[in-house]
Design a protein around this ligand. Structure first.
Ligand code: FAD
Ligand code: NA7
Length: 539
């Protein structure tokens, strides 16, 4: 190992240790760990580097998973390079470091969801005594400018964090050229080659197109929506997954005319009773659903920002066709893993032929032992930012920190940020029935009317809570579902309880917080099987 590198690594470590007082408990525990590791030989093993390589670790992809893994490895004293490159969308949209979540996913999506909720709050506010006479209208330009400004600051923050942790960041596209070696190509087409002992693939996914006439020319995807330089106007959203419904939801909440074209079911993979309730709540907001249709052609009728597009669609159940005219067509028909142009075949990393995703073992190791993968590229794992972050961090600790904790992909909570939010953790009713059989399940449910909605005279029957319990395990909660305001905030806490083995009895023993939506879970009494009425009456 070159002397300079060794010094840098130790000075980094001592800076890290020096942050707290020399006698802090944490530091003492650290010294004790170091002594033990030294005696067992682990320390020597961890510090051992192969001088044959430029880096200990090269991470390809600077999104949620890649950033977390690269930074943790650097904190552990390793020499790390991170390559991140955004191939512009067919409409030319591109962005900086940070990946999907920061630039074209969770963050801008949640901010636009908030913009839509504020519109609803304005309407409610009159019932609470607010009087205002100005015409209320929404400015798309102000919203996108504010959202992009925040996104830009997060992206910049990631750059600074990499610099602080001495991770070498290159805005270059990475691909394997031979074992332990990648080619990094920058925006100008300049190529450089780097070697590393270990690699992590965290290249994520990008929106899929339909392959029909006019799709790449005239349609946009979520990659383009959050920075669209003009208000999309009347919008057709194609697809019925969470990305589709979330985008449709906030566009409708901003006052736009929104139609969703659904090929089969809403929210495939989610609890279907809940999915239909999400759909019903969106319909109430004015979203139109075209069920069992797929687009076959998109034509431009008029140029403009936005222009006018004609969409021809055909039924999935017969020969019927239909046409519609929209200002914008947003495709949300799935996402393809960025694994095809990584040169994986050159080093023998297997990918699933069907999905393009990378199968890994429970330590995120691919078919090539020195190559690992985290995040959305993984086969059969939840595709969520906190999952990618956790997997990346724990992977770095196992590779370079002598730790053994693995990412737990079970009972991962998630939320669909439709105007009425849907939060869930654990199994859908369909999946629970498949795993445990219907006769072994108790399904408790209730409708609830948030207090804030009473004065506002909003729908008393829209919000719904459901838990699925396994009778054979003392009524352990195996599925948690809530449709209501702030479902994300509610679900997070119950997810922690489920990790601790939450049972129906424990919920009954929990004292609620009044008046909140979450308290409904402490008073669930009616099972679905009983058929008793759960209708809420009001307004
Ligand atoms: P990404 O964050 O996608 O990062 C991959 C990076 O690698 C990208 O920057 C990409 O350009 C780069 N890259 C690709 N190939 C190469 C290459 N060859 N060389 C160099 N760089 C490359 N998750 C949530 O938890 N909550 C949400 O609310 C949520 N909302 C979402 C909303 C939308 C609209 C979308 C699309 C996704 C949402 N997600 C949400 C999912 C979340 O964004 C992903 O799970 C997460 O970003 C995955 O992280 P990743 O590191 O695997 O990949
Ligand atoms: P998903 O979850 O794969 O869903 C794709 C949706 O698009 C789903 O509703 C599909 O309907 C629909 N679809 C697929 N092909 C078509 C065609 N040809 N026509 C009409 N509708 C179609 O994709 P997402 O992009 O929402 O999310 C993927 C990941 O991105 C997610 O896990 C996060 O990480 C972010 P189907 O139910 O198959 O009939």
């Amino acid at each position: 190992m070159p002397a300079g590198r060794k010094e840098r690594r130790f000075s980094q470590k001592s800076r890290h240790l020096g942050r707290r007082g020399p006698t802090s408990q944490k530091q003492l525990a650290g010294f004790r760990w170091a002594m033990d590791a030294h005696q067992s030989g682990l320390l020597q093993q961890l510090l051992q580097q192969d001088p044959a390589y430029d880096y200990d670790l090269i991470v390809i992809g600077g999104g949620s998973g890649g950033l977390s893994c690269a930074q943790e490895a650097a904190v552990l004293g390793r020499k790390v390079m991170l390559l991140d490159f955004v191939v512009p969308s067919p409409r030319g949209t591109s962005w900086g470091l940070g990946g999907t979540c920061v630039n074209a996913g969770c963050i801008p999506k949640k901010l636009m969801h908030q913009a839509a909720l504020l519109g609803q709050a304005l309407t409610d506010s009159r019932r609470f005594g607010w009087e205002y006479s100005q015409q209320v209208k929404h400015s798309w330009a102000t919203l996108t400018e504010a959202v992009q400004s925040h996104v830009g600051s997060l992206s910049w923050g990631h750059r600074l964090a990499l610099r602080e942790k001495a991770v070498t960041y290159l805005n270059s596209y990475g691909e394997f050229v031979e074992h332990h070696k990648v080619k990094a190509t920058n925006e100008k087409g300049q190529e450089a080659f780097y070697t590393a002992a270990k690699f992590v693939i965290a290249t994520g996914e990008r929106p899929r197109y339909l392959g029909i006439q006019g799709d790449k020319e005239y349609c946009i995807t979520s990659d383009d929506l959050f920075s669209l330089p003009y208000c999309p106007g009347a919008t057709l959203v194609v697809g019925a997954s969470y990305v589709a419904l979330e985008c449709a939801g906030f566009l409708a909440g901003l006052g736009l005319e929104v139609t969703v074209m659904v090929r089969s079911v809403l929210l495939r993979g989610f609890d279907q009773q809940m999915a239909e309730k999400v759909g019903a709540s969106m319909q109430q907001l004015g979203v139109r659903f075209l069920r069992k249709f797929v687009p076959v052609e998109v034509q431009q009728l008029e140029k403009g920002l936005p222009g006018r597009l004609k969409v021809v669609a055909k039924s999935t159940e017969g020969t019927e066709t239909m046409e519609g005219v929209y200002n914008t067509v947003l495709l949300a028909v799935g996402r393809d893993s960025c694994t095809k142009k990584l040169g994986l075949e050159k080093i023998g990393v297997n990918i699933s032929e069907k999905t393009g995703k990378i199968p890994v073992n429970d330590e995120e190791q691919t078919s090539v032992p020195y190559v690992y993968a985290v995040g959305d590229v993984l086969e059969g794992k939840p595709q969520l930012t906190p999952v990618a972050v956790q997997a990346g961090k724990l992977l770095a600790r196992r590779l370079f920190g002598g730790r053994s904790e693995k990412c737990d992909y079970v009972n991962v909570p998630t939320v669909v940020f439709t105007p009425l939010e849907y939060g869930c953790c654990g199994y859908s009713e369909e999946k629970a029935t498949e795993v445990y059989q219907a006769e072994n399940l108790n399904v408790y449910h209730a409708r609830f009317w948030p207090l804030e909605w009473t004065v506002a005279c909003r729908d008393s029957d829209a919000c719904y809570a459901k838990i699925i319990c396994n009778k054979l395990e003392n009524d352990r909660v195996v599925g948690f579902h809530v449709l209501g305001p702030n479902a994300g905030e509610i679900t997070q806490g119950f997810a922690a309880a489920m990790k601790c083995g939450l049972t129906k009895q424990l919920l009954d023993d929990t004292i609620g917080i009044h008046p909140t939506c979450g308290e409904v879970f402490t008073t669930l009494e009616i099972t679905k099987a009983s058929g008793l009425d759960i209708t809420q009456k009001g307004c």
